[in-house]
Design a protein around this ligand. Structure first.
Ligand code: KIV
Length: 268
């Protein structure tokens, strides 16, 4: 595949077959989405992590469908190549099949997304079947699913206990049969992620799930060192933009206060 080719759902399945790793990150706005796309990512996820890293909430639960559609619309204006996947927020896919279909459809009709992501296993299989039946590609999400944080009681690694790990293997197969085109595996042991990856024909995308997944995703402000409230062990920081921004802004403020900015050359 040429790097300029538009990435589609079938491309991702083909990438797994060819053993080509899939690089994914999150975006919430036009500016970052266009920078990420220029860098050659395969998938840009409009994650509901927007609730935390964009809007400042403690969890992903409060973000609304309207807010997610807005973020998706902004991101889609900046992306030419990557596949755009939008997260269905908490309670946007649980109330009724009709409402779920209408909500998912908004991401494609209004948000410029090309697929949606839904958290959960067996409980959402029927929902996934209905969406894929309507032509809406669905990415699954298993393991530490942040929308269930109140039920889990914390952010611990999932799938360490035998029953939990068996359930995740079973759920991955259920999602595959329901028609997902890929599955995010979040914060599970690397050995379990390897087993799940070998057991399904669709690509797995890991986040804190070790090196054997077919692709990897991180929350962009985490990997750029912009979000520093907490740093999970699996995050690799490729830059320290938070301190760089604070430094640039304090130098600007000092220049303004001392009358060093603007200069004559920067004036009309
Ligand atoms: O919302 C998000 O950013 C996500 C990724 C962490 C996979 O779901």
């Amino acid at each position: 595949m040429k790097t300029t080719d538009k990435i589609t759902v079938p491309h991702l399945i083909e990438m797994k077959k060819q053993g080509d790793k899939i690089a994914c990150l999150t975006a919430y706005d036009w500016l970052f989405a266009s920078l990420l796309d220029q860098a050659g990512l395969d998938v840009i996820l409009v994650g509901d992590s927007a609730a935390m890293v964009f809007s400042g909430h403690e969890t992903t639960l409060p973000i609304s469908l309207d807010e997610m559609v807005y973020h998706s619309r902004c991101v889609s204006r900046g992306v030419k190549r990557a596949l755009i996947v939008a997260d269905m927020p908490f309670l946007s896919f649980q109330i009724s099949p009709e409402e779920t279909l209408r909500n998912a459809g908004r991401f494609l009709k209004e948000g410029g997304a090309e697929a949606v992501k839904i958290e959960g296993g067996m409980a959402v299989a029927e929902t996934i079947r209905r969406l894929t039946g309507a032509g809406i590609p669905v990415m699954g999400h298993l393991g530490l699913t942040p929308q269930s944080i109140k039920a889990f009681g914390g952010y611990r690694v999932r799938g360490k206990k035998r029953d939990e790990s068996a359930e995740l293997v079973r759920d991955a197969k259920i999602l595959e049969r329901a028609g997902v085109f890929s599955i995010v595996l979040e914060k599970i042991p690397a050995t379990l992620a390897k087993k799940i990856t070998a057991g399904v024909s669709v690509p797995t995308i890991g986040i804190g799930a070790g090196p054997s997944c077919d692709g990897q995703i991180l929350v962009t402000p985490d990997m750029l060192g912009l979000f520093e409230k907490f740093k999970p062990k699996f995050v690799r920081q490729y830059a320290k933009l938070g301190p760089a921004v604070v430094d640039a802004v304090s130098r600007y403020a000092a220049d303004v206060k001392k009358g060093r900015y603007p200069s004559r050359e920067e004036s009309y």
